[in-house]
Design a protein around this ligand. Structure first.
Ligand code: NAP
Length: 502
């Protein structure tokens, strides 16, 4: 029997895109070949100048191919030209950013994190001559995310940070964008050839079975994953159950709560003729509907005071949500999970529908949906039967939880799983502000004062991760320190200077 075909599907209709059989599903032989080719590239990647050149050449090629890449990604994800052009620019920036980090790797503060201690026999215990440096882990497996066909896919943050560390990569393509994945892998391989690195430095595999096969491969040294709690946990457990377990850096989902105080809703807004409540409502709707809510940082739960100020906010959210654009989700499975998840939550006792999510078909986009908002008293949300309200509903939906007093808000926050972000809206002069920020930092990896959590800057001080299930480790998948996931410290003791690794 031949290998299973991988097809490109139009998410607007759910139909395969013509006769576009993009690739074959990768069986054990293909996965083994990709991992072995990547492993063979390890010695060549030890050359830091060449690594930096690879990242820059890859950035150039992706930038040059932007029109074709954006067209392919839009055909496969329906995320739209504007969003995809921005995401590709971010991906190109990210590759150059990691190239700059490679240039500075051996400097103080660089990611090689070199530390030296000279010998001192007079100490108790005596100290030998020590040189500590970080070395690449080996071949890294990357599971591309559905919702970021560029920035968390073949050339995304996991790949860029692994290559920067000196680790070759084998990517498991996401089935929502196989053609885009193939095009980008080709661009990365051409970049490798251009700078004199083996093409096997970047491998690509397709098909469900290739994922576990990759994680189990004895030459694999680490995994980066972005996706669902269910899939991520299955692969995390697989990585731990290997005869030789390997690190698994997974980002599995996040509710991203927002806490709005009574004081934040009081008075006029910054714009002419608008109230603070209306401005916050517009900001919230813009954030939870961005990219049709398919962001790991989407605000999925908003704690709002009960009473008149909260009522005005809820009304403004209803008005803004009624104006929100309808759109298509990434695939039929996600559409079903979104519509079913919203309906199940809406059917719980005491839950009110502020804006109804549902199908919104047009002739060109028969699978389009409209965003939705629910509201529930905090006391009800805390009931065991209402647990789903405190869990992520992937897609354009959010839940307003109305709290009677700060203790109720705290009780809800205490029940939440680990999150990527948590946001506080209150005036800076609020005497409780610092204490509230400390509460949010208990369970979130990024704490925002004002603003909205969608949008994650690629920067040295960024942390994109959080307690489980936001991530399966304490590491970040965005920003400079993402590279640390793929490095391993080694101390060299009494090794002559000329024999130390450079
Ligand atoms: P997913 O179902 O977890 O799939 C991600 C990747 O893992 C795919 O390549 C998938 O392979 C593979 N996979 C899934 N389950 C597996 C298993 N049991 N064993 C081996 N491999 C497995 O995630 P998704 O398709 O991107 O989206 C589904 C849900 O994930 C969304 O509804 C959302 O809740 C969540 N999500 C979260 C984030 C985040 O940032 N945390 C991002 C995107 C999505 P195949 O697809 O080939 O089966």
């Amino acid at each position: 029997m031949g290998a299973e075909s991988v097809w490109s599907v139009d998410p607007r209709t759910g139909e395969p895109r013509g006769d576009r059989r993009v690739a074959e599903a990768s069986g054990p032989v293909a996965v083994d070949a990709a991992v072995r080719a990547a492993h063979a590239a390890l010695p060549a990647l030890a050359d830091r100048a060449r690594r930096a050149a690879l990242l820059r050449a890859a950035a150039e090629r992706l930038h040059a191919a932007a029109p074709e890449l954006v067209a392919a990604a839009d055909a496969e994800t329906a995320l739209g030209d504007v969003r995809l052009t921005g995401e590709l620019a971010r991906t190109v920036f990210q590759l150059r950013y990691f190239a700059d980090l490679v240039d500075r790797a051996a400097e103080p503060g660089g990611f090689l994190d070199i530390r030296r201690d000279s010998a001192d026999p007079g100490l108790t215990p005596p100290r030998p001559d020590l040189y500590r440096v970080k070395l690449p882990l080996g071949v890294v497996g990357v599971f591309a995310a559905s919702n970021f066909p560029f920035a968390f896919s073949v050339p995304g943050g996991d790949t860029a940070s692994a290559l920067a560390a000196g680790c070759p990569v084998v990517v498991k393509a996401h089935p929502d964008h196989p053609e885009t994945s193939e095009r980008m892998a080709a661009a990365l391989r051409e970049a490798a050839r251009e700078v004199g690195l083996p093409e096997g430095t970047i491998g690509l595999v397709h098909g469900f079975e290739s994922g576990p096969e990759l994680v189990r491969h004895p030459l694999l040294a680490g995994v980066g994953f972005t996706g669902s709690p269910r899939g991520g946990r299955a692969l995390f457990d697989l990585a731990a159950a290997r005869p030789r377990p390997i690190p698994f850096h997974g980002e599995l989902g996040s509710l991203n709560p927002v806490l709005v105080t009574e004081a934040a809703l009081a008075g006029a807004g910054a714009g002419a003729g608008t109230s603070a409540a209306e401005e916050l409502a517009h900001g919230l709707v813009g954030s939870f509907t961005l990219g049709m809510g398919q962001f790991c940082t989407k605000p999925g739960l908003v704690l709002v005071p009960a009473g008149a100020a909260g009522d005005a906010f809820e009304k403004a959210v209803a008005d803004a949500a009624a104006q929100a654009r309808t759109g298509v989700l990434l695939d039929a499975r996600m559409r079903e999970a979104f519509l079913g998840g919203f309906a199940r939550r809406a059917g719980l006792a005491d839950v009110q529908t502020v804006a109804p999510a549902g199908p919104a078909p047009t002739p060109e986009t028969p699978l389009a949906v409209r965003p939705g908002v629910l509201s529930v008293p905090a006391a009800s949300a805390l009931r065991g039967s209402h647990e789903a309200l405190l869990e992520e509903c992937f897609g354009p939906a959010t839940v307003l939880v109305r709290y009677a007093d700060p203790a109720e808000a705290d009780a809800v926050l205490s029940r939440l799983d680990g999150c990527l972000t948590a946001t506080l809206h209150t005036p800076a002069a609020d005497p409780d502000a610092a204490a509230l920020l400390a509460v949010l930092a208990r369970f979130a990896g990024r704490v925002l004062f004002g603003g909205w959590p969608t949008g994650v800057a690629v920067a040295d001080a960024m942390h994109h991760g959080g307690p489980y299930p936001a991530s399966t480790s304490t590491a970040t998948s965005v920003g400079a320190t993402a590279v640390e996931r793929w490095l391993r410290p080694v101390s060299f003791q009494t090794v002559p200077e000329e024999l130390l690794p450079r």
